[in-house]
Design a binder for this molecule. Structure first.
Ligand code: TRP
Length: 329
């Protein structure tokens, strides 16, 4: 019996190379060794974006296309949308009975977002319970492993605490899931800051060759290297950080670094090598995305099949939960 993996992403729209290198490549690899559940968590998106829901549907579609294009395989993994499996909402309610308010109020991501996202009113009841819904997502499938980035570790800790408390009250229903910290490579965007949709500095998985080149061509480099004849310092150049992730040939990388330090090559030469390597990575992904973009019926079938497979497991777990909580006649 393979161990179970669960992970989720909020439907934020088109995914970028940070998602690919930081999460998806790893998720694709895990399909060989685990029974994987990959979920687009649309209810989680509503918890903070309830005031404008106009993009939820199209964002879910873009995320799904990027997932399938990147190699998440519906034949091997269960790929689905959270709201299509009503047991997520039901388990969220059940777990909310035993979750102390203090755990949620003290959660660092909650405090941080209340302070920093001033343009959204996050004083709603649901947003405080974000980690409870997330705990429900994971334990609904009794997942053993949860591959996520460091930013989710506080949520995983709350999940484990909720599991312990639930099992204490009602008997051993859930296994305590382990976090599988994804080694997140540094992937800067075109302005040198962390690649992020909100900074508008992303290289998207779905970008064409031309768009990728336009973004790379105008991307910032070591600011001290003003002229072609000035030597540069790779460690001060975000293009170099991208080479570290996307140029796998170490000899080639060393030549580029040497060429930069000695002004032997220009920034455009260096960027062309990066462009070619990114395109080699993205070409098969583009081809698969193109296929699914033109076969909407196949995509709908994948979602229906995913929800069906997920519900089979989810319904069994909910039966156990209700039994344990004294709800079954
Ligand atoms: N909170 C996660 C994020 O923002 C998304 C998420 C929701 C998730 N439910 C999950 C991740 C369950 C892993 C497991 O990235």
């Amino acid at each position: 019996m393979k161990e179970r993996v669960f992970s989720g992403m909020r439907p934020t729209g088109k995914l970028h190379l940070g998602h690919l290198a930081g999460a998806l490549t790893n998720w694709v690899r895990m399909q060989d060794d685990y029974e994987c559940f990959y979920c687009i968590v649309d209810w989680h998106a509503l918890m903070s974006d309830y005031a404008d829901v106009s993009r939820v549907r199209s964002n879910c579609r873009e995320v799904l296309l990027d997932w399938l294009a990147s190699g998440l395989d519906p034949e091997r993994s269960t790929i689905f949308i959270q709201s299509h499996v009503p047991e997520h909402a039901e388990l969220h309610l059940a777990l909310s009975m035993i979750t102390p308010l203090g755990w949620l109020e003290r959660c660092p991501t909650y405090k941080d977002q209340i302070l920093n996202l001033k343009n959204k009113d996050l004083g709603n009841y649901a947003f405080l319970g974000y980690p409870v819904l997330m705990a429900g997502d994971i334990v609904l499938y009794k997942a053993h492993k949860v591959p996520v980035g460091e930013d989710q570790s506080a949520h995983l800790e709350i999940t484990r605490e909720i599991v312990r408390r639930f099992n204490n009250f009602f008997g051993e229903v859930f296994p305590e899931p382990d976090i599988l910290l994804t080694p997140f490579p540094k992937v800067p965007g075109t302005d040198g800051r962390k690649m992020s949709k909100s900074y508008d500095n992303s290289l998207n998985i779905s970008d064409t060759t031309e768009v990728i080149w336009e973004k790379l061509r105008t991307m910032m480099t070591d600011p001290a290297r003003e002229r072609r004849s000035d030597p540069g310092d790779p460690e001060k150049c975000p293009v170099w950080d991208l080479h570290k992730v996307f140029t796998s040939d170490a000899v080639c990388r060393e030549e580029l670094a040497q060429g930069c330090r000695t002004a032997g090559i220009g920034c455009i030469d260096c960027k062309k090598v990066l462009r070619d390597n990114v395109n080699t990575l993205l070409d098969p992904i583009r081809e698969r995305r193109h296929h699914y973009e033109n076969h909407g019926d196949e995509v709908m079938d994948i979602l229906a099949e995913g929800a069906k497979k997920a519900r089979l497991v989810a319904a069994a777990t909910m039966n156990e939960v209700k039994q344990a909580m004294g709800l079954v006649l």
